[in-house]
Design a protein around this ligand. Structure first.
Ligand code: FES
Ligand SMILES: [Fe+2]
Length: 441
């Protein structure tokens, strides 16, 4: 008898893309129904195509400016499975360089963050300046005198642009400018940054990195899924009740409320968000913090302050989340393997007690032993396991009641699957685009 598959161990049954379906057939989007073929989570060929056609042409978050504020500061990250170094040189110039030695390909930097004017390759000792230029090599006499003029360097990533401290890079030299890409979501990024009375987010040291055996899109969907909280996070809801913090009735009512301040939104370019007046599970409640609320009101005026105080989960396609308390980056590894980088944030200008309380609340829900994020991860693995039984999945919730506002945003109740539909429409558009020939598949 064959061994029972472990949770998350996906059985590859399909020998061609999407079980012989064309990419355009993997999503059925008609009337009040939106369906997705489960092979989008399991098919390795589709995964490779995602890397080429989506991640290879998208603006991808690499770091926050606050990670590299001073000359000599550096951070490392991954874009589209390729290691990069984000460094600031002595002229304050920012560089995003491939972390690949020009000699025989080793990474030259193995740390998460730090300070260095040069990177010395661990293999044969070649030395690169933090602007990427090769400045020295061990046992130099093995090369001719003009060796350092050969132009050897850590290659720069083709495009780098910054918005509100968020550093994005793009592997496609012909990508549209970042400002154009962010033009619909930009206002929400501003609201997220303006949670700080000075409009500046800072980051404590350290990254929380974890891995799960499931497809990256489960995390992309889940971060803007307002439907699952009452079920996946039931134990947390009950815990709040038992500790006397909030009754389970109040918590579940808050997410059910139909009204002006409880939205899911889908934006062009695959972006989307959840927006709740009464807050999200696991987020710090600012409404009881009168001096902080007053600070925000003084900084921005009452109307904008009210908007800033809404809680949001913001998804920037394909792999960046701005959550209330942190930046989260999804790093796909294989069709059934993903790792996540979480960077908790502080609000510059807010009282230390506020920042500490935010971080505490963050850790309680999203931390390694938190009450929330581990439950979500278990669901990703359940979903990956289920998706191996190939078939059609429903993303139709709320399609019959969604509307489009004057900004071109599709809008509906916070439990509706609007952001997920937005994500998959963009997914299909990019997956159908063959960037090498300019034609459709
Ligand atoms: S691979 Fe870097 S010095 Fe040889
Ligand atoms: Fe969750």
């Amino acid at each position: 008898m064959p061994p029972k598959p472990l949770m998350g161990e996906v059985i590859q049954k399909h020998d061609s893309i999407g079980n012989n379906l064309q990419i355009s057939q993997l999503i059925v989007d008609e009337g009040q129904r939106f369906r997705l073929n489960s092979s989008v989570y399991t098919d390795e060929q589709l995964f490779d195509l995602e890397m080429t056609r989506i991640f290879g042409h998208s603006w991808l978050f690499v770091a926050h400016e606050e990670m590299v504020p001073q000359p000599g500061n550096y951070a490392t990250s991954i874009i589209c499975q390729q290691p990069v170094i984000i460094s600031r040189d002595e002229n304050y110039q920012l560089h995003v360089l491939f972390n690949r030695c020009a000699h025989r390909g080793s990474v030259v930097c193995r740390e998460e963050r730090g300070h260095a004017n040069v990177f010395r390759c661990p293999y044969h000792g070649w030395i690169f300046s933090n602007n990427g230029r090769l400045v020295g090599a061990a046992q130099r006499n093995g090369y001719p005198d003009d060796f350092l003029e050969w132009g050897l360097k850590l290659e720069p990533v083709p495009r780098v642009e910054i918005y509100r401290g968020l550093i994005f890079a793009n592997l496609d030299p012909n990508a549209i400018p970042l400002a154009e890409r962010l033009r619909f979501i930009r206002g929400y990024i501003d609201l997220w940054c303006d949670r700080s009375p000075n409009g500046r987010i800072t980051l404590p040291e350290g990254t929380h990195r974890y891995e799960f055996p499931a497809n990256w899109k489960f995390q992309a969907e889940n971060g803007v899924d307002g439907y699952h909280g009452n079920y996946v996070h039931e134990s947390f809801v009950n815990l709040l009740e038992r500790s006397g913090e909030r009754s389970a009735y109040d918590t579940t009512q808050a997410r059910d409320a139909v009204g002006s301040r409880n939205f899911a939104k889908g934006l062009p370019f695959g972006d989307g968000l959840l927006e709740r007046k009464d807050g999200m599970l696991g987020t710090f409640d600012y409404r009881n913090q009168s001096s902080y609320c007053q600070q925000i009101e003084e900084a921005y005026g009452p109307e904008r302050a009210d908007d800033i105080m809404m809680q949001r989960n913001i998804f920037i396609f394909p792999n960046l989340f701005l959550f209330e308390s942190h930046i989260r980056v999804i790093q796909p590894t294989r069709a059934n393997k993903t790792f996540i980088d979480v960077y908790p944030t502080y609000l510059a200008g807010a009282d230390t007690e506020i920042n500490e309380a935010r971080l505490y609340e963050h850790e309680r829900f999203f931390g390694p032993s938190g009450f929330g994020a581990p439950d979500d991860i278990e669901i990703f693995v359940c979903s990956q396991t289920g998706a191996a039984a190939n078939g059609w999945l429903e993303f139709s919730r709320g399609m019959h009641r969604e509307t489009v506002n004057e900004l071109g945003e599709t809008i509906g109740h916070s439990t509706d699957e609007i952001p997920q539909r937005s994500l998959y429409r963009e997914w299909r558009r990019l997956m159908a685009e063959d960037h090498s020939s300019g034609g459709d598949d």
